[in-house]
Design a protein around this ligand. Structure first.
Ligand code: GLP
Length: 262
């Protein structure tokens, strides 16, 4: 795991955006996995800026989103469909047919999950997966004790996640649908690179456990210790409980120029 600690969320997001942009330039038809939540917003804003100012071209890029609530129409303001179109897709030149987001309204959810898994395979696999992390350590909506071998499937949110996400639903926990569809941890681990973002003190415990704790299903993100190419971009508050923070800073600051955005 490579741990990149930046002063604030903005700087960390910009550093992450440079990694995504480098992939988009080197492989114009790359397959990118995307996340929702408040964490990736600055990353998406920077990608939009790079598209508008620098001509970063998403014309042949395909995307697969991690998750979606079950029972929310695509048009619902809090669906992850709405989130992605509002915050990224409507502002770049991605082709709608290259966008994939689990369908929370599918009549046959297990079948739609199998189709989603197959679509990832048919696209050639995910080159780079963007991840946030729940305060309980979830990635996508793979809640604690999710199988490390899991594939796209239906899950039930923990009460902690329902409480965390209620802020998007007028603060009303009863409006947060507990069932969801999420890419599995096995699916996430198949991505060629994983790029995790986490900001704020509220993520410090989960980040410390993910990076320096034991690999355990109770802390789903800890599986990234087994990934050959996982980068974790965090701000100082999210880094505040890491034992080896000084080491990570020293390594990153000493990277040679040719490795800088790798
Ligand atoms: C959400 C999403 C995750 C996200 C996480 C953190 O519920 N399903 O993909 O990474 O929880 O959210 P936030 O970035 O808002 O803290």
């Amino acid at each position: 795991m490579e741990i990149i600690i930046r002063q604030d969320a903005d700087a960390a997001s910009h550093a992450a955006a440079r990694v995504v942009a480098r992939l988009v330039r080197e492989k114009p038809n790359a397959v990118i996995g995307l996340a929702t939540g408040s964490t990736p917003l600055m990353l998406y804003r920077e990608l939009v800026r790079m598209h508008k100012d620098d001509g970063l071209d998403f014309g042949e890029i395909s995307t697969f989103n991690l998750d979606e609530y079950v029972g929310l129409e695509k048009e619902h303001q809090q669906s992850y469909h709405s989130f992605m179109w509002e915050n990224l897709f409507s502002q770049i030149n991605i082709k709608p047919e290259n966008v994939h987001i689990p369908d929370g309204m599918a009549a046959d959810i297990p079948a739609s999950c199998a189709v989603y898994e197959q679509a990832v395979i048919d696209a050639g696999g995910i080159d780079l997966q963007v991840l946030g992390i729940g305060s309980d350590g979830h990635i996508g909506f793979n809640e604690p004790t999710s199988s490390f071998a899991s594939r796209t499937r239906i899950k039930t949110l923990t009460q902690q996640t329902v409480a965390d996400n209620a802020r998007f639903f007028d603060g009303d926990e009863s409006k947060v649908p507990p069932p969801c569809i999420t890419m599995g941890i096995g699916t996430i681990m198949d991505a060629r690179m994983n790029l995790m973002l986490a900001f704020g003190e509220g993520k410090a415990d989960a980040i410390a456990a993910t990076v320096e704790g034991p690999v355990a299903a109770i802390m789903p993100a800890s599986i990234l210790q087994h990934h050959p190419s996982a980068k974790v971009f965090i701000d100082e508050p999210a880094a505040s409980k890491l034992q080896l923070a000084d080491y990570y800073r020293w390594v990153y600051d000493g990277k040679p120029e040719w490795q800088a955005d790798a």
